[in-house]
Design a protein around this ligand. Sequence first.
Ligand code: TYM
Length: 326
Amino acid sequence: MEKRVFSGIKPSGNLHLGNYIGAMKQWVKSQEDGFNIFCVVDLHAITVFQDPTELKNNSYDLAAMLLAVGIDPTKSLLFVQSHNPDHANLAWILNCYLSMGQMNRMTQYKEKSEGKDTVSVGLFDYPSLMAADILLYKTTHVPVGEDQKQHVELTRDIAERINKKYGDIFVLPQASIPKVGGRIMSLSNPAKKMSKSVDDPSGTIGLLDSLDDVKKKIMSAVTDSDNKIVYDPENKPGISNLLEIYCQVSGVEMKDAQEKFSSISYGAFKTEVFESVSLFLSEIQQKFHEKRNINDLSATLEDGAKKAYAISHPILQEMYSRIGFI
Ligand code: TYM
């Protein structure tokens, strides 16, 4: 079977280096073979409130950033989730086959709802929509960061269940998670993952941050007190995280990086990390500004949505017919 790739990112603002390393960088590489579909998942973004003007800007920003890092719309489909109604339609159907017990076991829902007074049904139902995204395109591979693994497993599970009930219709997808960089940690608290959350600005390197800010964040990253630069995520989470970031943006192998930094101080190491991150960021920020043109972006996204619909709609129709819809 041909490799078919689907993945998405929420346009919920504050795109960061974890999103790049865990997802976008893999997407770009994935374009070398198979058929690739990438999505700005705005329906997922509104599971927590989004200011309408910000949501619009963030959606264009995300599309422009994807082009800036190397997503090529002549090779891959790039579109916005709400432009293809099939996603919400299939998600509803999947809702009727997913159990409350199964959904209750989703750790990301637990994390995201913790401490909140009210939580939307959409946030609880998020994995069902994500499963619909993936299954609508007969996806074989889903390049994501570590935190999405459980959702891809749920997708396999529901696909298998529906296939058993109605005959083979869906393909069972697998998550592709990078061995190094699948979980980039916060710089200020390396026990927590780097996230879009506004609560941890000093721990998160935004893809659009100024280089001065990035320098401050990297130079004050939390490390440890033993002054050895070795990759040991369990005992040295801060240093290991910086090493992962360094390797991912510079293309240097982990073993070579450890050798290169074996006899330098933490301060000098952080300067090296900053230099490679800043080289990478200044290049993609420049490209981002070139691509951030609403007319051009709209044309690309519209074309992507038409092509996406042409693939997903027959699959949704097939599902309708097997269920017994007239
Ligand atoms: P989102 O928008 O939260 O994150 C986008 C991608 O970035 C990865 N990621 C990270 N990777 C490494 N280290 C981190 N600290 C880090 N933080 C985020 C995420 O794993 C993700 O790959 N549910 C998805 C969006 C989605 C989707 C889909 C993905 C909707 N439908 C279908 C794949 C297939 C999400 O919330 O992404």
